[in-house]
Design a protein. Structure first.
Length: 88
Protein backbone atom coordinates (compact mmCIF):
# COMPACT_ATOMS: atom_id res chain seq x y z
CA UNK A 1 0.00 0.00 0.00
CA UNK A 2 1.25 3.43 -0.80
CA UNK A 3 -0.06 6.93 -1.08
CA UNK A 4 1.20 10.23 -2.30
CA UNK A 5 0.62 13.29 -0.18
CA UNK A 6 -0.55 16.01 -2.51
CA UNK A 7 -2.13 18.59 -0.24
CA UNK A 8 -1.73 17.00 3.14
CA UNK A 9 1.21 16.82 5.49
CA UNK A 10 3.36 13.68 5.23
CA UNK A 11 2.56 12.88 8.85
CA UNK A 12 -1.14 12.76 8.06
CA UNK A 13 -0.54 10.63 4.96
CA UNK A 14 1.40 8.11 7.06
CA UNK A 15 -1.36 7.75 9.63
CA UNK A 16 -4.03 7.46 6.93
CA UNK A 17 -2.02 4.88 4.96
CA UNK A 18 -1.58 2.65 7.99
CA UNK A 19 -5.18 3.10 9.12
CA UNK A 20 -6.37 2.09 5.66
CA UNK A 21 -4.04 -0.90 5.65
CA UNK A 22 -5.24 -2.00 9.08
CA UNK A 23 -8.88 -1.11 8.30
CA UNK A 24 -9.15 1.02 11.45
CA UNK A 25 -9.99 4.61 12.23
CA UNK A 26 -6.83 6.78 12.15
CA UNK A 27 -7.64 7.91 15.70
CA UNK A 28 -7.34 4.30 16.89
CA UNK A 29 -3.60 4.29 16.14
CA UNK A 30 -0.99 5.34 18.68
CA UNK A 31 0.09 8.95 18.16
CA UNK A 32 2.77 9.31 15.50
CA UNK A 33 4.73 11.67 17.76
CA UNK A 34 5.57 8.71 19.99
CA UNK A 35 7.99 7.45 17.30
CA UNK A 36 8.93 10.51 15.21
CA UNK A 37 8.51 14.28 15.35
CA UNK A 38 5.62 14.98 12.90
CA UNK A 39 6.56 18.65 12.43
CA UNK A 40 10.14 17.78 11.55
CA UNK A 41 8.94 15.04 9.20
CA UNK A 42 6.51 17.40 7.46
CA UNK A 43 9.20 20.01 6.93
CA UNK A 44 11.92 17.56 5.85
CA UNK A 45 10.91 17.37 2.18
CA UNK A 46 8.99 20.64 1.88
CA UNK A 47 9.96 23.08 -0.85
CA UNK A 48 10.78 26.59 0.24
CA UNK A 49 11.10 29.82 -1.72
CA UNK A 50 14.88 29.52 -1.44
CA UNK A 51 15.42 25.85 -2.20
CA UNK A 52 13.76 22.93 -3.96
CA UNK A 53 12.56 19.86 -2.14
CA UNK A 54 15.43 17.71 -0.83
CA UNK A 55 16.06 14.30 -2.37
CA UNK A 56 16.10 11.23 -0.19
CA UNK A 57 13.95 9.07 1.98
CA UNK A 58 13.39 8.31 5.62
CA UNK A 59 12.53 4.92 7.09
CA UNK A 60 11.13 4.23 10.56
CA UNK A 61 8.92 1.81 12.47
CA UNK A 62 5.34 2.77 13.32
CA UNK A 63 2.28 0.73 14.28
CA UNK A 64 4.00 -2.55 13.48
CA UNK A 65 5.09 -1.46 10.00
CA UNK A 66 8.28 -0.23 8.43
CA UNK A 67 7.31 3.12 6.91
CA UNK A 68 9.30 4.52 3.99
CA UNK A 69 8.73 8.18 3.08
CA UNK A 70 10.28 9.35 -0.19
CA UNK A 71 11.10 12.96 -1.02
CA UNK A 72 8.35 12.97 -3.67
CA UNK A 73 5.77 12.57 -0.90
CA UNK A 74 5.17 8.85 -1.47
CA UNK A 75 4.46 6.86 1.68
CA UNK A 76 5.05 3.11 1.47
CA UNK A 77 4.85 0.27 3.96
CA UNK A 78 8.08 -1.70 3.42
CA UNK A 79 6.65 -4.92 4.83
CA UNK A 80 4.13 -4.91 1.96
CA UNK A 81 6.81 -4.06 -0.60
CA UNK A 82 8.73 -7.16 0.45
CA UNK A 83 5.77 -9.43 -0.16
CA UNK A 84 5.11 -7.82 -3.56
CA UNK A 85 8.73 -8.09 -4.67
CA UNK A 86 9.17 -11.76 -3.74
CA UNK A 87 9.58 -14.06 -6.75
CA UNK A 88 6.60 -16.18 -7.67
Amino acid sequence: MSSTATHQPLSQAIVETIAENEDVDPLALDPLYEVINPDALDSLFTETNRSPRSDGKITFEYAGHTVVVNSDGTVRLADELTSVEEPL
